[in-house]
Design a protein around this ligand. Structure first.
Ligand code: 6MZ
Length: 345
């Protein structure tokens, strides 16, 4: 898969031995969205099959979405990013295609030439279509995840901020039911358009998940427009043990994050390409590093962001300004932190 210029330049500045070090470093991917992580070649193949199966009736949206992803996308704002998913979703709308996408994503993280990480918590939003319900969706994902041993892969069930309350209830109930049946669901996540939805409606479902022993992570303060009152609710009422992005936390929110020792899932390339962070020099990771606070380096959506976990770690090791200029020991410690913040099974 072609890489973004951030990833390419950071990798190109490292020696072979440094890249080898990053590849072999045991590390966990804790923030990867299934439908945003499908390898480009697999998505293209799925698009070709879709075209031959639906020759007279291929929505323009599907082909233009795949075309855009193939060419590489320039995002001016987060909304440009969310607009890509309808095309991907058209290609992963049956149990068989969801399973296929999941298998390809897991292989690219855990096997494959790159072997990006030693453990992955893959997150996904259960979807109902004409040919599957939300339970069927999750079973398709879990069927693939459970081919790997428990210390290699697990599932986080995502709830989208744009969902209606009964759907949130259904998603969290499914997560709980499947876990009680011994399936490999370890947590719930709140994701989706950061400015959509009224989160108060979701609180009781997240509390139920937490009480039942599921890990809770929430996308929080992803844009400058997320109000501090919402961030405050997310930190208190949702009681997360991890946070996604956490780009625009104010001082009070930071204080809570430190006090409660809430780990932060950091997605460097994602933030740079979505332009929520100006440069690596400005990235909030620096703040957490200075305070030795728990973080996990993650890819978010490697398909549109043209990255992989080794490239994200290259951004730590590469000298400034191409990277953060950390030492091997510092990078190793960060990788260990990611493994220590897995959700318990
Ligand atoms: C918020 C995001 C996201 O669940 O269909 N998603 N939500 N912020 C982000 N960072 C830029 N990246 C991905 O994977 C795709 C879905 O994950 C959420 C979006 O809701 C997207 O539709 P799944 O597997």
């Amino acid at each position: 898969m072609p890489l973004s210029s951030y990833a390419l330049q950071a990798l190109a500045s490292l020696t072979d031995s440094e890249i080898q070090f990053l590849r072999e470093l045991p590390k966990a991917e804790l923030h990867a969205h299934l439908n945003g992580s499908i390898p480009l070649e697999v998505l293209q193949e799925m698009a070709r099959e879709y075209v031959s199966a639906n020759s007279s009736n291929v929505p323009r949206l599907v082909m233009s979405g795949v075309e855009t992803l193939t060419q590489g996308v320039e995002f001016n704002e987060l909304n440009d990013f969310f607009g890509l998913f309808p095309a991907i979703y058209a290609l992963t709308s049956s149990p068989a295609t969801v399973a296929r996408a999941t298998r390809a994503v897991l292989q690219s993280f855990l096997d494959g030439p790159l072997r990006q990480c030693t453990y992955i918590e893959l997150r996904s939003t259960p979807r109902a279509t004409d040919s599957m319900d939300r339970l069927g969706y999750l079973q398709a994902v879990l069927g693939e995840v459970e081919r790997y041993p428990p210390d290699k892969a697990a599932v986080i069930v995502s709830v989208d901020r744009r969902m209606e309350e009964p759907v949130v209830d259904e998603c969290v109930s499914l997560a709980l039911k499947l876990r009680q049946e011994g399936r490999r669901v370890v947590g719930v996540d709140l994701c989706g358009d950061p400015l959509a939805g009224d989160l108060q409606r979701f609180v009781k479902y997240f509390q139920k998940a937490k009480t039942a022993g599921l890990g809770v992570t929430v996308h929080i303060a992803e844009t400058a427009d997320n109000p501090p009152s919402e961030t405050d609710d997310l930190l208190h009422a949702f009681a997360p043990s991890r946070l996604g992005h956490a780009t625009f936390l104010d001082q009070e929110a930071m204080r809570i994050v430190f006090e409660k020792d809430i780990a932060v899932e950091i997605c460097l390339t994602s933030n740079l390409l979505c332009k929520t962070v100006k440069s690596l020099e400005d990235h909030h990771i620096r703040f957490y590093l200075e305070r030795n606070h728990a973080i996990a380096i993650c890819t978010d959506d490697q398909l549109p962001f043209r990255t992989n976990l080794v490239a994200e770690y290259a951004l730590l090791l590469a000298k400034r300004p191409l990277g953060l200029g950390l030492t091997r020991d510092e990078v190793k410690k960060i990788a260990e932190m990611s493994l220590s913040r897995k959700f318990p099974l």
